[in-house]
Design a protein around this ligand. Sequence first.
Ligand code: CA
Length: 221
Amino acid sequence: MNILLVEDDLDLASGLVKALRHEGFTVNHVTRGREAVLSVKAEPPDMVVLDLGLPDIDGLQVLKAIRSGRRSLPVLILTARDGLDDKVVALDTGADDYLSKPFEMEELLARLRVVARRLGTSQNSKIELHGVSLDTRHHQVLVNDLPIKLSRREYMLLMALMENSGRVQTKEMLEQKLYGWGEEVVSNAIEVHISNIRKKLPADFIKTVRGVGYSISKLRS
Ligand code: CA
């Protein structure tokens, strides 16, 4: 599940990114409204967590722009404005849910799980490719119907590749998905994870695209 987080408070954002990734969500973080609108167009997420007080354009403008393009994309508003009017305006503009700051991380996660479950009923939570099945709802990976153990980062890496099967993921894209900013990333971290995951998966499941990155083919080769 890909979440676009739009939040200009860097301390709050870094805590959120960590917590969301820990939950198994893939997070893309931007600090400005215009970036958010572009990002939704370029790489549509499954869900948006949107702060209203942004430095360039108001979060409600962002919400309107999102709604004009992708009507069904779930948006959870996060804001310091807790007046009833603001809530009503946000919901009328098309927000799916609303959380006032300060909030408990647990509450946000619980609400996102609700949205994820709702999506899960219309979207498939299982990705199956060449005998490998990844269940995003239960965080489980089966190889020929038998469960395998993956670390949190190995799981996230495999999910990123399987969600984007048929497309090459560069090392930089994968690093961004696996690590928060400010987090020290060893230069060969991705290679090490890939090598560990490969030991648990069918031979040749993850292909190396020399000098570019990694991919999993959509079709059986
Ligand atoms: Ca703000």
